[in-house]
Ligand binder design. Structure first.
Ligand code: UDP
Length: 331
């Protein structure tokens, strides 16, 4: 299929572009390069530097490239920032996404794959989190993603949109050949920051909160390899053949790792010590989030290739060692 990957120069989008090529699809990338990296997109993939909310540009690209399906990865994704800058999150993650969906429907493209998040669940009453767990986000980031999930359901009924929405747990790792990986500016994610602390690029890693109701007092998360995520997206394409149907899947390995456990795993993989300082809780962080992904396994035949933190961290470390500055294109 001809697939428009919105945000295809970003972390998860760029890995998905590689997986699309490997699966024999034709990806086309749209990215405004605010957070994305041109070098993360292979040269043979058509690339458009445009905003996802620019409906005229989107319509032109959809027509010109004969796009059959749109995958949307272009979101602001910092939980803490969303608490302090909610308008930025509503404008990009909601308003611009509505314009993207409007442009698709005008042109008649009715297949959509959406990056949602475990942050839509807030502080769940029960763990692990299934697709039926009630959603009650505790930060604007999660709320913006839930808003779009609800818009998608309405568009399935009203306009025959077919969609798959994936609630990612904590995307981590890098491509196995070490050629692309995580490079956020600013970097806020645990594993790359732990590498920076281990290698002396930062003085220490801050541990945000040590008084959570978890076994060691630090937050537990479900780290899932970015290539495993991408494979689930592509496995969902056949499901989109039926018009007006929506599918939700939680994607995680199902195993919780605390911040301290991740630090130990980083030390084991790198052979280095991670200097840490204890810091207050970060706004918007729930104590524990981990997935029940049995629906994706059952319905998509999804098999997790990287089931544990160390195997995921090993791929991220290969990328980080090769490119400690990342792509080197951001200030
Ligand atoms: N975290 C931390 N120190 C950092 C960055 C993150 O203790 O410098 C914690 C954070 O509070 C959360 C976990 O690590 O409990 C994962 O955070 P990250 O930002 O990597 O992903 P998120 O859960 O926000 O998607």
């Amino acid at each position: 299929m001809n697939v428009l990957v919105v945000g295809g120069a970003g972390y998860i989008g760029s890995h998905c572009v590689r997986q699309l090529l490997a699966a024999g699809h034709q990806p086309v990338v749209l990215d405004n390069l605010v957070y994305g990296h041109r070098a993360a997109v292979p040269a043979q993939v058509p690339f458009y530097a445009a905003n996802l909310g620019d409906a005229e540009s989107v319509k032109n690209i959809l027509r010109k490239e004969r796009i059959e399906l749109v995958m949307h990865f272009a979101a602001y994704c910092y939980v803490g920032e969303s608490v302090h800058e909610p308008l930025k999150y509503y404008e990009n993650n909601v308003s611009a996404t509505l314009r993207l969906l409007g442009a698709m429907l005008e042109v008649g493209v009715k297949k959509f794959v959406f990056s949602s998040t475990c942050a839509t669940f807030g502080v769940p009453a029960k763990l692990p989190i299934t697709e039926d767990t009630p959603q009650a986000p505790i930060n604007p980031y999660g709320q913006t993603k839930l808003d779009i999930e609800q818009v998608l359901k309405a568009l399935a009924v009203a306009k025959g949109l077919s969609f798959a929405a994936f609630r990612y747990f904590n995307a981590a790792g890098a491509s196995e050949d070490g050629s692309i990986g995580e490079d956020h500016c600013p970097e806020t994610h645990l594993i790359p920051l732990a590498f920076d602390a281990a290698t002396g690029r930062r003085p220490a890693l801050q541990v945000f909160g040590t008084d959570y109701p978890t076994p060691d007092g630090t937050c537990q998360r479900d780290y899932v390899h970015v290539d495993d995520l991408s494979r689930a997206h592509i496995a969902a394409f056949p499901k989109l053949a039926e018009p007006g149907k929506g599918h939700f899947f939680n994607l995680g390995t199902g195993k919780p790792f605390s911040v301290r456990e991740i630090i130990r795993a980083v030390e084991k993989v790198t052979g280095l010590t991670v200097p840490v300082v204890e810091a207050p809780r970060r706004a918007g962080d729930p104590p524990a989030l981990y997935a029940d992904s049995s629906k994706a396994q059952r319905e998509l035949g999804w098999v997790v290739k990287f089931p544990d933190a160390e195997s995921i961290i090993a791929t991220a470390w290969r990328w980080h060692k090769a490119r400690p500055e990342g792509y080197g294109d951001k200030a």
